[in-house]
Design a protein around this ligand. Structure first.
Ligand code: NMX
Ligand code: MLT
Length: 435
């Protein structure tokens, strides 16, 4: 742990010096212009944030420290007998910018295991909620209940020196990542499995153990969880969950508060909740059409019906991407390898052939291609996880790796309070001399 922490600090100090020099020489360099439309329309294409952990290209998709998903699947260490990357390795990569060795990943796995204890009052707090509560709400309540454990909050109250912010954030980050699978598994077991919690398996890796605590001991499901936790971890800094975590963290709210805030954003249907919406939409389509494998023509009609009711086709489109999401493709690859004849997975692939031309024909959808959420649910259903309301919690556990490693960078680089300027439309009209 100390080695990883010192490595991170050394990298952060080095980059901090580079940033100082860049700003000294180029601080006044203009990097773009902002149009009124951008301000009114969700700030698309406006560069306004620094996020070190990953970078999105509209055509090629996400790269984590310049590594594509395919490269990660190839280069990151694997579990014994497995072929998917271990998410601990991606966390390491995002944190220090280097692909770790097998031994470094195994060390990190044991660090996380040692820190994974969740106090019983956290489970009691979650269990006080009615069973009908949405899993994302239960999950965030669990994270908030744990907030009293924050090293950052405690040290800040004791008068921590600014120079120590990064270290306290680092401690909270490891603690929180270690504990999240337990909170998330509790939500699942309580809501869907009569509250029968399962003991962790200390011999398993972070994602493998998460699968085990959920009640899925199939080796292939563990592999799916490893892949799932890797591909959902980060999507540069402007997405709602990452941006929110960063924004709230900029007020020096501790990592528990910041992450919980971000996850409330992930729980929105245009963001992470889309993964549940996709499966709900497909199940409804199957029910209405009375078939498990709708034809392309039937799918087309159902899509047109969805659009005519003023709804979006879940899992399609993206604010920044303009091609098929490589996270979709990675899951398709997993599906082809492990379940190529699964009817639901095949339906997802038929939807992929059917939806883009329809969205394209509307003439307004900027990206008619599938995103990560279009595929994930079908793989989970294959292994028996049919409770689609739970899916965003899986996304949230994975997203912790990205947003919390970014938060470590924010504090290590002394990122200031984020506070952009806002204006009223009356002020805009005055600028335009319309009043
Ligand atoms: N189905 C129907 N209409 C769509 C879709 C879609 N999948 N995607 C975009 N549009 C519409 C959009 O609603 C807007 O319509 P209007 O002008 O009438 O308001 C128009 O096309 C232009 O939108 P875009 O500029 O293409 O997309 P924007 O950047 O505003 O939004 C999303 C991006 C992701 C919110 C949008 O594509 C969407 O709602 N997709 C479905 C939900 C989804 O899959 N979200 C998951 C995103 C990934 N994640 O995990 O976070
Ligand atoms: C994400 O993974 O955060 C989503 O694809 C949304 C985004 O990047 O805006």
């Amino acid at each position: 742990m100390e080695m990883l922490k010192q490595k991170f600090k050394a990298q952060a100090d080095k980059l901090g010096e580079e940033i100082k020099a860049i700003l000294k020489e180029h601080g006044d360099t203009v990097i773009g212009q902002t149009t009124l439309a951008q301000v009114y329309q969700g700030m698309r294409g406006m560069t306004a944030l620094i996020t070190e952990t990953s970078l999105l290209d509209a055509q090629d998709g996400i790269r984590f420290r310049r590594h594509s998903i395919d490269e990660l699947r190839d280069k990151l260490p694997k579990a014994n007998g497995g072929s998917e990357p271990l998410p601990e390795g991606l966390f390491y990569l995002m944190l220090v910018g280097e692909i770790p060795t097998q031994e470094e990943v195994e060390n990190l796995t044991s660090i996380l295991q040692r820190r994974s204890h969740v106090p019983s009052y956290v489970f009691e707090t979650m269990s006080a909620l009615p069973k009908e509560t949405h899993p994302m709400t239960m999950f965030v309540v669990g994270v908030m209940a744990l907030q009293g454990e924050s090293t950052f909050a405690k040290k800040y109250a004791e008068g921590m020196n600014k120079k120590e912010y990064w270290a306290a954030t680092f401690e909270d980050t490891l603690d929180l990542i270690a504990r999240l699978p337990h909170i998330a598994a509790y939500v699942y077991r309580r809501k869907y499995k009569q509250g029968k919690a399962l003991q962790p398996d200390g011999l398993l890796d972070w994602a493998g153990n998460f699968a085990h605590m959920l009640g899925y001991d199939d080796d292939q499901f563990k592999e799916l969880m490893r892949l799932y936790m890797v591909i959902h971890a980060d999507h540069e800094g402007g997405n709602v969950s990452a941006h929110t975590t960063h924004l709230v963290g900029s007020a020096l709210s501790d990592p528990y508060l910041s992450y919980a805030a971000g996850m409330n954003g992930l729980a929105g249907p245009l963001h992470g909740l889309a993964n549940q919406e996709v499966i709900k939409w497909i199940f409804e389509m199957q029910e209405q059409l009375q078939t498990k494998e709708p034809t392309a023509e039937q799918i087309k009609e159902y899509v047109e019906k969805t659009l005519s009711e003023g709804k979006v086709v879940p899992g399609y489109g993206h604010a920044v991407l303009r091609k098929t999401d490589p996270r979709f493709t990675a899951q398709m690859d997993f599906g082809k390898k492990h379940m190529s004849d699964d009817p639901l997975v095949n339906t997802v692939w038929r939807i992929y052939e059917t939806v883009p031309p329809i969205l394209q024909s509307l003439g307004k959808v900027k990206n008619p291609w599938p995103n990560v959420d279009a595929h994930s649910g079908a793989l989970l259903v294959h292994y028996g996880m049919v409770e689609y309301e739970y899916y965003t919690v899986l996304f949230a556990v994975s997203r912790a790796l990205g947003v919390l490693s970014s938060l470590c960078w924010d504090r290590a680089l002394s990122m200031p309070l984020e506070r952009p300027k806002s204006v009223t439309t009356a002020a805009v009209k005055r600028w335009l001399n319309k009043e």
